[in-house]
Design a protein around this ligand. Structure first.
Ligand code: NAD
Length: 455
């Protein structure tokens, strides 16, 4: 009998479920089923595959309250966020369900014949997901992979497997054939690594830390296996003196503390132009106080707990005696891995909390002088995932976004993700893009065929 592990709720520390812990033999079995299902799935007529994905989307829609409820308990997400996340899975499936009939090849003019290209599915795709957004991140991988005619093995994070397991049931109820979409629970070191190493897995979509992403890329390199990587971030929120300061201050807590700051796109580095620094800090304080941390099932709450005791200890380690807190929101005591929204006193750009991804509700603040200074600070460090910029000067906005080494930026807004626009990072934040019009192609191989017609 294979081993199991307990799934703990970060809200009250109760055991929610016990799930299998796949070993390499179990991974081999699951990949074998996917491999066996592949010829049938790729052969399904495009319109029928599209209809099956739409049926999957409808089934997710019908199940969204249940899925959201599971995520509130398993991940500590607020109920509003969890409902959005289940809806995002539906929307991503629906968006990519338009893919099968639109996987176009090219016809290239050549002498002596006809040259055409086909976009072939890769085969079995492994999708490895972190614990911070279990549902959407899974769907960003599995929806385009399935649409392009691949079979998927989804490996959720050890801490948060429950919505993935429910999604596999929902897919089955919607008529997705056996073996086409499977979920494999287990640890990263064992199940995740066995999936990456498996010779019958043709592509890996990895979302997680830069450290593990680097390791996964190294493993995949042995088989020249393509990998899409969405990794860490340490994103800047840059506020110029000419900005709508009230709007920038009102939105800054959400940008940094949503999902308790456990967001690769969290704007955890706040850069404020020096002449308005004091005013901005005054405006920010009430907005932080209003960002309530508490029971995520309560619809009036803005953020829930951190994911685990170990992660809370890691976040707390950034706030040693040398670090001054400007202000802090409130958080419950008692069971659950609570940590209050925290804004640090403005300081220099060398502190550990400024440089490293904390992945918790902690914002560092640094003053800057001009555009060049802001850009230099924003571009420092190994990451380049997302960022926001607040200004009323359109020319400045364009100069800044063009010079900023980042994959996903917003001006006078903090939006990062829309399922129909590309998402991903540069530098050590990632490799490749998810979502948007081009994502489908990343799940295909181009095949070129020349047919001689005679001169
Ligand atoms: P993690 O890297 O520890 O784990 C991510 C996944 O990889 C998990 O499923 C884990 O089981 C698996 N894994 C671990 N070791 C493995 C191995 N040796 N081989 C194969 N798989 C392995 O990350 P986490 O702690 O779950 O998530 C937090 C990190 O994810 C943060 O750094 C965050 O920035 C990043 N993240 C990035 C994005 C993005 O889109 N750029 C989105 C969300 C999270």
């Amino acid at each position: 009998m294979s081993a199991t592990h307990d799934v703990i709720s970060p809200v009250d520390e109760t055991v929610l479920a016990t799930v299998p812990r796949a070993d390499p033999a179990a991974v081999d079995e699951v990949v074998g089923r996917a491999r066996a299902a592949f010829p049938g799935w790729r052969a399904i007529a495009p319109g029928e595959r599209a209809e099956l994905l739409r049926a999957f989307a409808r089934a997710v829609h019908d199940d969204r309250e249940r899925l959201a409820g599971i995520e509130v308990r398993n991940s500590g997400h607020t109920i509003a966020n969890a409902r959005w996340e289940a809806g995002n899975v539906r929307d991503v499936l629906h968006y990519f369900s338009a893919g099968p009939e639109r996987l176009l090849g090219a016809q290239i003019p050549v002498p002596g014949g006809v040259d055409i290209t086909f976009r072939e599915p890769i085969g079995v795709v492994g999708v490895i997901v972190p614990w911070n957004f279990p549902m959407p991140i899974a769907a960003w991988g599995f929806a385009p992979a399935l649409a392009a005619g691949n079979c998927v093995v989804l490996k959720p994070a050890e801490l948060t497997p429950l919505t993935a397991l429910r999604l596999a049931e929902v897919a089955h109820l919607a008529g997705i054939p056996e073996g086409v979409f499977q979920v494999l629970t287990g640890s990263g070191a064992e199940a995740g690594e066995a999936l990456v190493r498996h010779v019958d897995v043709g592509k890996i979509v990895f979302t997680g830390s830069t450290e593990v992403g680097r390791h996964v890329l190294g493993l995949a390199a042995h088989q020249i296996k393509p990998v899409t990587c969405e990794l860490g971030g340490k994103n800047a929120n840059i506020v110029f003196a000419d900005a709508d300061l009230a709007a920038a201050a009102a939105s800054a807590p959400g940008a940094a503390f949503d999902n308790a700051g456990q967001d690769c796109c969290a704007r955890s580095r706040l850069l404020v132009q020096r002449p308005v620094l004091d005013r901005f800090m005054e405006l920010l304080e009430p907005a932080v106080a209003a960002f309530r941390c508490g029971d995520p099932a309560d619809p009036s709450v803005s953020m829930g707990p951190l994911i685990s005791a170990a992660h809370r200890a890691g976040v707390a380690s950034y706030l040693d005696d040398t670090v001054a807190v400007a202000y802090r929101g409130e958080a419950p005591d008692g069971p659950g891995f609570w940590f209050p929204p925290t804004v640090l006193e403005p300081g220099g750009p060398t502190a550990r909390h400024w440089r490293e991804e904390i992945f918790g509700p902690v914002v560092s603040v640094v003053a800057f002088d001009d555009e060049a200074d802001a850009l230099r600070l924003a571009n420092e460090g190994p990451y380049g995932l997302s960022g926001s910029l607040w200004t009323r000067d359109l020319g400045r906005a364009f100069r800044m976004v063009r010079g900023w080494d980042s994959g996903t930026l917003s001006v006078n807004s903090h939006s990062s993700v829309r399922y129909w626009t590309p998402f991903g990072g540069v530098k050590q934040s990632g490799l490749g893009r998810e979502l948007g019009p081009d994502a489908l192609e990343a799940f295909t191989e181009v095949k070129n065929v020349f047919i001689a017609t005679g001169e």
